[in-house]
Design a protein around this ligand. Structure first.
Ligand code: ATP
Ligand code: MG
Length: 308
């Protein structure tokens, strides 16, 4: 895969003196879904705004498909669709007119069939003649997405796309994002819903206080940092752990009915076979057995805590 966005040594210090980005290096691969995670104020919107030419960088360079976002602004920007975090809409326009206008801004020929499909995909076709101020918050957000896609960009930035969108619609939007990816669109999203990153992303970047502290393939990240846990439902409650089990990373719940074994999902040797053998020798019987892995949310919280 080749990088469609290459960011080098990018820094931003706002006029207030606040340093929002510090020497960020990042490459986004063509056709991937990249999720940028980070707490409030970490610099996510600043990073996106620089790539989209809304905020000037203090230093560093960003290439979009080889075009410099400052020197070759128009060429770089025409490849990008942006759904900003803040709802900014021409509220007195109708939905359709607003889309046609956005497309025209990029010098694209009118294409009613494309815009109709876009509105249908976003369940907005029925609202095409409504004025934007008449729509609900979730609908306005979908209008923002439709507008961002009106000029058929190859790269789509979604800054908190599903904030304020109900669960069902959120699923529809995820579905749409996947379809876009299938068509070769590269997607970069920021989100506070970690389940969204877990569900959607191919790669995850974690940003904290203006620094990218980690970029990793999602599956790899979850395998590497995800702690695994095995829960055994005991047939007879235990008052305490017998001595032969002391050497294992075990935890007995307050009722003495569930034994939890923690192990490192990355290590080849989980120790489960030995644990089961030792349980058998100690005459401890269990009924049900379940294994689970820590979620991206736990990994994320732990990473931020570690680097604090
Ligand atoms: N125009 C501005 N002038 C001065 N400081 C700013 C400006 N915009 C953002 N900042 C500051 O830069 C830092 C990063 O802000 P940014 O909006 O990029 O964070 P974020 O990661 O998008 O946060 P959130 O998750 O809340 O959207 C914050 O401390 C913010 O106060
Ligand atoms: Mg933001």
């Amino acid at each position: 895969m080749s990088a469609v966005i290459a960011i080098q040594q990018l820094s931003k210090t706002y006029a207030s003196g606040h340093s929002a980005l510090r020497q960020v290096d990042l490459e986004i691969q063509r056709g991937e879904i990249f999720a940028l995670l980070g707490p409030n104020g970490a610099g996510k919107t600043t990073l996106i705004s620089i790539i989209c030419g809304i905020v000037n960088p203090t230093s560093g360079q960003v290439l979009v498909d080889g075009q410099d976002i400052v020197r070759d602004y128009r060429a770089a920007r025409s490849q990008i669709g942006l759904v900003p975090q803040e709802l900014v809409n021409d509220v007195f326009e109708t939905v359709s007119a607003s889309l046609r206008f956005s497309r025209g801004l990029f010098g694209k020929k009118p294409d009613p069939a494309y815009l109709e499909q876009l509105l249908r995909d976003l369940s907005l076709w029925d609202k095409r003649d409504a004025k934007i101020f008449e729509l609900s918050g979730g609908m306005k957000r979908r209008v923002m997405i439709a507008k961002a896609l009106a000029h058929e960009p190859r790269i789509l930035f979604l800054d908190e796309p599903t904030a304020g969108v109900d669960v069902e619609l959120r699923r529809d939007m995820w579905e749409m994002v996947r379809r876009l990816r299938e068509r070769g669109v590269t997607i970069i999203l920021t989100t506070h819903y970690i389940e969204e990153a877990e569900e959607m992303a191919d790669r995850i970047g974690i940003i904290r206080k203006g620094e990218i502290i980690l970029v990793e393939d999602k599956a790899l990240l979850m395998r590497k940092l995800g702690k695994k846990q095995l829960s055994l439902q005991l047939k007879q409650p235990l008052a305490s752990l017998p001595g032969s089990l002391q050497g294992f990373a075990l935890e007995l719940d307050a009722q003495g009915q569930v034994l939890r074994y923690h192990y490192d999902g990355q290590q080849e040797h989980s120790g489960i076979a030995e644990l089961l053998r030792t349980l058998d020798e100690a005459g401890i019987e269990f009924g049900d057995l379940q294994s689970s892995q820590s979620s991206l949310e736990e990994i994320f919280v732990n990473l931020l805590r570690e680097s604090a």
